[in-house]
Ligand binder design. Structure first.
Ligand SMILES: Nc1ncnc2c1ncn2[C@@H]1O[C@H](COP(=O)(O)OP(=O)(O)OP(=O)(O)O)[C@@H](O)[C@H]1O
Ligand SMILES: Cc1ncc(C[n+]2csc(CCOP(=O)(O)O)c2C)c(N)n1
Ligand SMILES: [Mg+2]
Ligand SMILES: [Mg+2]
Ligand SMILES: [Mg+2]
Length: 330
């Protein structure tokens, strides 16, 4: 069915179903001039937004609407996770080309609702407009964090260890496989493509680490870029050890096919949505042993010195690591 058969308001009715998964804090959801929300007492309110643009962030020939909806929410939850918070509510704005079908929008929302259900996030509003060219999808998300647990990029201290959750570079290699096409013939490809199309925000990890870390950031633009953000915000030197950067076996296999170094995907690829944080060694030692801490890798240390990042190779040689990564205007 064409969108014009349903109209803007018919479309909103279709969207409205199953958007509130935790009603206690929603006084007014979809359907009024604004949402009205009840904040939890003594919590800081977090607010973040990230936008996805067709041909810049996604290609509709290689992503399904469901996956696109899932990812649009995931990248936003990732920013709340990076602050050590719990995501609560989101609003979703859509600019839709006129030829978009109703089923497309329904599937897009199914993807969004699925990840919102998994993380107990309410969709409390949005905006729907037409776009003369290309689809635009913007999400804004609120979150909450106890003041003492708030994580910033600026809290890294000399002596801290630099640690990441999960593996790096999978998403960028997945994107290159999608661009190359015929990726289904490679057994290692599915996991990488999945990392790219439906990244998993590290909300549980962020909540656990919030009580222990000194600084935190999520990896949207690549390790080189995010490590430089922490260095600049904290005015410290970040020393990373090349050999310690967690690279998956799938990434290593893909990099041979794609003709690029696995390490470069991790350093400059981006869209991993893992967490990069710094923590005092004594605190890292007392973290509880669980599924989250099993996935942590120490990749470096914070040292005194001018703000910047250096990468130490296997032979001990150090080089400066520029904040090269995905740059919209670079
Ligand atoms: N157009 C804008 N107006 C006001 N603030 C902005 C604008 N764009 C970005 N910012 C702010 O700049 C800071 C850095 O934004 P940035 O988008 O780089 O962070 P991020 O979301 O962590 O990264 P990514 O977009 O790669 O996921 C944030 O505080 C963000 O709110
Ligand atoms: C079709 C297509 N082309 C290129 C990319 C790669 N890409 C786009 S934005 C971005 C950084 C994070 O975005 P932002 O900084 O806006 O949050 C990256 C790595 C993609 N995902 N899809
Ligand atoms: Mg952003
Ligand atoms: Mg971020
Ligand atoms: Mg972001």
């Amino acid at each position: 069915m064409e969108l014009k058969q349903l109209g803007e308001f018919g479309l909103i009715d279709l969207i409205k179903e199953n958007t509130i998964v935790d009603p206690a804090s929603v006084i007014v959801g979809i359907g009024d001039d604004a949402a009205a929300l009840l904040p939890s007492p003594r919590q800081l309110q977090l607010l973040a937004t990230d936008m996805l643009i067709e041909s810049v962030h996604f290609d509709l020939t290689t992503t399904t609407p469901w996956q696109l909806g899932y990812k649009a929410i995931a990248v936003n939850l990732s920013d709340i996770a990076a602050m050590g918070g719990v995501p609560k509510h989101c609003v979703v704005s859509l600019a839709l080309p006129r030829n978009v079908q109703v089923d497309f929008v329904r599937d897009l929302y199914q993807g969004m609702k699925e990840i919102c259900r998994r993380f107990t996030v309410n969709i409390v509003g949005g905006d729907t407009v037409s776009s003369p060219q290309g689809l635009v999808l913007n999400v804004a998300v609120t979150g909450e964090v106890e003041p003492a647990r708030l994580q910033r990029r600026s809290g890294a201290k000399p002596g801290d260890l630099v640690v990441v959750t999960g593996e790096l570079g999978n998403s960028a290699a997945g994107l290159d496989l999608l661009r190359r096409g015929h990726w289904q013939e490679f057994v290692f490809a599915r996991q990488l493509v999945t990392c790219h199309l439906t990244p998993q925000p590290q909300v549980q990890a962020g909540l656990l680490l919030a009580a222990f870390a000194n600084s935190m950031n999520d990896i949207s633009d690549g390790l080189a870029s995010e490590a430089n953000e922490i260095a600049a915000a904290s005015q410290v030197a970040v020393r990373l050890f090349e050999q310690q950067i967690p690279l998956s076996a799938e990434l290593t296999a893909a990099s041979a096919v794609l003709g690029n170094a696995a390490l470069d995907y991790a350093l400059y690829g981006g869209e991993d949505y893992q967490l990069l944080f710094t923590i005092e060694p004594e605190k890292l030692r007392v973290l509880p042993a669980n599924e989250i801490t099993a996935q942590l890798t120490v990749i470096g240390e914070i040292v005194r010195g001018p703000a910047g990042v250096e990468l130490v190779a296997a032979d001990g040689a150090a080089r400066g690591l520029a904040p090269k990564g995905y740059n919209h205007f670079g």
